[in-house]
Design a protein around this ligand. Structure first.
Ligand SMILES: [Zn+2]
Length: 428
């Protein structure tokens, strides 16, 4: 995970104004202070310049100069006068603007591609998902489709007068620090240089493109805006065909030495189990992945059985629920079996990471009412008592869009951490 969080505050150097032609160290201080003011207003706005000065510890002249620069970059705007009590002149309050700055997150998964975009203030501009059979398509074909989705989203943003500050792509697999997808088992991707491939696409050259693991990005979305927002120790589980884990530990995403941490779907839980998409046998996702549920509940429509139509996961779930309503006993048995294995794998996670919450994403969330009681009982039965008792399962309300939402969030976070990444438009 390549997540930068600028919580180290930089001491102001009094009276230093103007960023053009500053020596390197002064430019660094200036950049940190721009970030400090922008983040303060994004978290506490609307607020006056004097309030920003008092609360950040920067002097008033500096704040005035920083605010002018942030306004020039289109990141802050003024609202009407704020009357702070009955005495004193009303002052103009500052608000995050960013209505012309967009953040695009795109997720490519086994059976769909999702696009999610917001402006800097978090207004949702694009939120869509397409059924796409990535499992049955060559990497080249999937990358073509991904390119088309990105180009269409950029065209939509352009029509809205929004310039993209960056694009982050979520992929269900191992992504190295250079953005190469080392392996995405269920997509059949090995050593895919996604950003390099997108160089051929119609994307403005100054727009940075990043690639990251879907579960890590979804965990960030949950941590910042989901049902368990602010819970500093949580594990997010993608409920897709593949199962990925995103771990937030002590308020920070857990990446590991190579950013590969959290591959819980490929922890072996049954040495005599089924073959997994990764080539090994008995991985956790062969027990709890959507393909496992579909195979048990609706064996006539198992993944890999029919290639004639692409089915969005929601369609598969609707069918499973329909059959349940019709009294098909296989559905109940399948959900119970998945719930049990969900509890067993979660016991491992609880023993390792001691999370307060395990957030169930994707299809797990749709079936949470039936999965959670079974999984919870199993967790209590086999997990270490203390961490298991203090951990609860919750269903995500971000649906299948969690990873693309997290991906867009990473772009916003990068602008807040370094506002100079947004260029000052040339004066007319
Ligand atoms: Zn596996």
């Amino acid at each position: 995970m390549h997540h930068s969080k600028a919580d180290g505050r930089t001491t102001d150097v009094k009276g230093r104004v103007g960023s053009v032609g500053l020596p390197a160290d002064q430019a660094t201080v200036r950049r940190s202070n721009l970030a400090l003011v922008l983040r303060h207003v994004s978290e506490h706005g609307p607020c006056s310049r004097s309030a920003v000065a008092v609360q950040t510890g920067l002097n008033k002249t500096t704040v005035t100069s920083l605010v002018s620069e942030l306004q020039a970059r289109g990141l802050l705007k003024e609202t009407g006068p704020q009357h702070a009590g009955s005495v004193g002149r009303p002052s103009l309050a500052l608000l995050l603007d960013g209505s012309r700055v967009g953040a695009l997150g795109v997720e490519v998964n086994v059976d769909y591609i999702a696009a999610f975009a917001t402006d800097l203030a978090g207004r949702v501009l694009i939120d869509r998902r397409f059924g796409f059979d990535a499992m049955g398509s060559s990497p080249e074909r999937s990358l073509d489709e991904l390119t088309r989705v990105i180009e269409r989203a950029l065209a939509d943003l352009d029509r809205l007068g929004v310039a993209p500050a960056g694009i982050t792509i979520a992929v269900p697999g191992l992504v190295d620090s250079t953005g190469i997808v080392v392996v995405a088992p269920n997509l059949g991707w090995h050593g895919v240089a996604v950003t390099q491939r997108l160089a051929r696409a119609d994307i403005p050259p100054n727009v940075p493109i990043a690639v990251d693991n879907d579960a890590n990005l979804a965990a960030l979305a949950e941590y910042t805006s989901g049902v368990a927002a602010g819970t500093s120790d949580l594990v997010y589980l993608t409920g897709e065909v593949g199962i990925g884990g995103g771990v937030i530990s002590g308020g920070r995403p857990l990446g590991g030495a190579d950013g590969f941490a959290g591959e819980v779907g490929h922890v072996m839980v049954d040495p005599s189990g089924e073959q997994c998409g990764c080539g090994r046998v008995g991985c956790w996702e062969t027990k709890v992945g959507l393909a496992a549920l579909v195979r048990m509940a609706t064996p006539d429509h198992a993944y890999g059985r029919s290639r004639q139509l692409v089915r969005d996961p929601e369609e598969r779930l609707a069918e499973i629920e329909q059959r349940h309503a019709e009294g098909d006993p296989r559905v109940d048995a399948a959900v119970t079996e998945v719930g049990r294995w969900l509890g067993r794998g979660s016991a491992l996670l609880v023993n390792l990471f001691n999370p307060r919450v395990i957030v169930l994403g994707g299809y797990f969330a749709r079936l949470a009412d039936r999965l959670i009681p079974v999984a919870h009982a199993e967790l209590r039965r086999i997990g270490m008592a203390a961490p298991a008792e203090r951990c609860r399962f919750v269903a995500s309300d971000l649906g299948f869009g969690a990873a693309s939402r997290g991906a867009a969030g990473v772009v916003v976070e990068r602008v807040l951490a370094d506002p100079t990444t947004i260029a000052i438009p040339p004066s007319p």
